[in-house]
Structures are given as C-alpha cells and as structure tokens.
Design a protein around this ligand. Structure first.
Ligand SMILES: Cc1cc2nc3c(=O)[nH]c(=O)nc-3n(C[C@H](O)[C@H](O)[C@H](O)COP(=O)(O)OP(=O)(O)OC[C@H]3O[C@@H](n4cnc5c(N)ncnc54)[C@H](O)[C@@H]3O)c2cc1C
Length: 337
C-alpha cells in the first residue's frame, strides 16, 4: 500500500492527479485484502485498468487499485469454436494478437483498442462493425456487496451501445476478474463492410481477406486516424454518438441538409464528430486542451500540461454549443472521476 501516488502514468490523458492510497494487485486474494483496507477506513475505491477511458478531474481521496491479474486459458467448444478466458489485467491489444497468432477469429476488428481485458465489457467496446457482445460468453466478477465471485452471462450484462449493466445499476458494485470469449477456429466470419476496411484491403490487392488481413487493415486505419496516447494524451472518443427520434432528425434535415444519420430501430444515430465539427470545434484549442484536428470527437491534452478540470470544462463547452445549434444533448463516453 503506497500513499500520495501520482496517477499521471495510469491515465492516457496524462493528467496529473494524486491518489491518497495506491496498490497494485496480482491475485483475487490481494484484491479482497485491498477492498477490506478500503472499507475498514470508509475510503472510496477507484479501479484502474489501462486508464484509457477515464478523466481524473482532481486528486482522488481514496484507494486506487491497479488490477494486474494475468493469465489466458482455453477450452475447445465443438468443431469450429474455442472458449478463451483472459484475466482482467491482460492488455486488450496483446490479447487480440495472441488470439490472431493462434488463428482464432472474432476479435480482429477490435485490434489496437487501448485498455485491458477486464474493462472491455463495461462499455461493450466496439469498432469497425464488431462489439464485444458478438463474442462474449461470460465474465467472472467480485460482487462488492457479498464479497463472493459470480458469473455474468450475455443476458445479465445487458449490453447496449457503449453500455452495460456495469455502467448502469451495477456501477461500482462489481469488479470484473476475467472474461470468456467464444471464438472461431475455422470458417471465420470476416467483416469488412464497415469504415475504410474494404478500401484498405483493396489498396493492398487483397480480395479474399483472412482475419489477419482484417486486423492489419484495422491497425493501419487506426494508426492513421487516431492520436497515439503515448504521444498526445487522449481517451479516444470523448462522447457517444447520440440517438435521436426520427421526427427530430427529419426536422434537422430541413435545416441542415448534410446532416448524417444511421437508422437505429425507430430512431436515428447521428455521428457526434460531425455535430462537433459543424459547431467549429475541430482542431480548436483553448489553453492546454484541443479537439483533435483530424477527429473532432477526440479531445486531446494538447500541451501535455492540461488538468482534468480544464478538459472537463472544454467538453462542457462542446456539449453547450451542440445543444444550442442542434438541440441534441451529447453524453460523455469517458468515465469522469
Ligand atoms: C486512442 C484511443 C482509442 C480508443 N478507441 C476505442 C474504440 O474504438 N472503441 C471503444 O469501445 N473504446 C475505445 N477507446 C476507449 C477505451 O480504450 C476502452 O473504453 C477500454 O475498454 C478502456 O479500458 P481501460 O482498461 O483503459 O479502462 P480504464 O480507463 O482503466 O477504466 C474504465 C472504467 O472502468 C473501471 N474499471 C477498470 N477496471 C475494472 C474492472 N476490472 N472491473 C470493474 N470496473 C473496472 C474504472 O474504474 C473506470 O471507471 C479508445 C481509447 C483511446 C485512448
């Protein structure tokens, strides 16, 4: 147990914030001991995975726990599938690469997403037409009310767009210890229809892509479009793409003929990046914070000196201007601490 520890290395925004207490855990027993330490002193607890989806808006007057549970195990599941279980502290991209090396299919479109395996169910991570729920079987969690472990299956997780029970009524009540995925061992389902994947593959002269080709294409596209947190502090998309009722979308179409929208049940999903760009934010910098010049949805720690409060205030200005221009309320995707 360490005291007054800087959390700057543990968040991809690279903002400075101190934790009153800090510990790294490697086993479920160490985790239980840390939780006991925290509850016996009535401390708040902050779980840290890769720190790529949090914004620390000030010092944390509690116990920050960095989860370092490691290990991967496999179990065959019929002729065409395998169940792969990874512990929460495994790095997500390294896990995707591990599966690709073994030619297990299902995660290739999710390559290069920062963060850890244990966090992937929390917002049902997704990219390039795939979400974690497409391959999710169960996660094993520590229930903080009972201090017992239990399994959450697909139904119990109630996955939605960048959403799950862990962001809703289960928030703060469970620690995800491991996640099990059902992947294909042959007859892989290749998804190339989303984003620039097809163009990327055809540029490389690939007409019948493998899962490895798809992963390479995704990695190449992501590297060209998104800032690397090691160089420029950021947490990926700062806002969710809002879903609005069809009549509201049709009314906006009259005023803004170029507005983009994708049908989502009875409603329409509108790209938040487009809305933000239309409000003039793309590439705009205020003090130490900016909207990324290539992707307005990504807020960056432009000078490396930004505080979490500055970034939060910047995001509020964006929300205000999108509301004023379009009457749409943006919701932050990043967890505000
Ligand atoms: C450049 C960049 C690109 C990104 N692209 C994408 C993308 O394409 N798609 C996408 O979905 N996301 C994307 N993200 C967001 C981020 O990568 C994911 O949300 C990722 O799952 C966060 O993992 P993490 O381990 O870093 O979470 P952290 O930031 O460490 O934690 C996130 C939240 O979960 C809590 N938490 C951490 N571990 C646990 C646990 N084991 N049990 C319970 N709660 C826990 C934390 O307290 C916090 O509230 C991107 C981020 C960056 C920086």
């Amino acid at each position: 147990m360490q005291e007054n520890v800087s959390l700057q290395p543990y968040n991809t925004f690279g903002v400075e914030a101190e934790a009153r207490y800090f510990t790294e855990i490697h086993t479920p027993e160490e985790l239980k001991a840390a939780i006991n330490f925290s509850s016996s002193r009535a401390l708040k607890t902050l779980l840290l995975g890769g720190g790529s989806n949090i914004l620390l808006t000030g010092d944390f007057d509690g116990l920050a726990i960095r989860l370092n549970l490691k290990g991967i195990s496999e179990q065959p599941d019929g002729a065409n599938h395998i169940l792969v279980t990874a512990q929460a502290g495994e790095n997500w991209h390294e896990f995707v690469m591990y599966c690709l090396e073994k030619s297990y299919g299902g995660l290739e479109n999710l390559a290069l997403i920062p963060g850890n395996v244990g966090t992937c169910p929390i917002q049902n991570i997704g990219a390039y037409g795939t979400e974690i729920r497409d391959v999710f079987v169960r996660c094993n969690v520590l229930n903080l009310n009972t201090m017992e472990t239990e399994d959450f299956d697909l139904e119990k997780c109630r996955f939605g767009y960048r959403d799950s029970i862990f962001k809703q009524e289960g928030k703060g009540q469970y620690i995800i210890l491991s996640v099990t995925f059902r992947l294909t061992t042959q007859n892989h389902s290749i998804k190339t229809e989303y984003g620039a994947i097809r163009g990327e593959l055809s540029n490389a002269g690939i007409t019948e892509p493998t899962i490895h080709d798809v992963a390479r294409a995704v990695i190449h596209i992501r590297k060209s479009k998104l800032p690397d947190p090691k160089e420029t502090g950021n947490a990926g998309s700062f806002f969710k793409n809002p879903t609005i009722p069809l009549p509201q979308f049709e009314e906006l179409q009259i005023r803004f003929p170029h507005i983009q929208g994708y049908p989502n049940g009875d409603a329409v999903k509108v790209p938040a990046g487009w809305l933000i760009e239309q409000c003039g934010w793309k590439g705009k910098q205020i003090g130490n914070v900016a909207s990324h010049p290539l992707q307005a949805l990504v807020i960056i720690n432009a000078t490396g000196q930004a505080t979490g409060k500055e970034i939060f205030d910047f995001s509020t200005l964006i929300i205000d201007s999108v509301r004023e221009k379009f009457g749409i309320e943006l919701e932050r995707e990043v967890n505000i601490i």
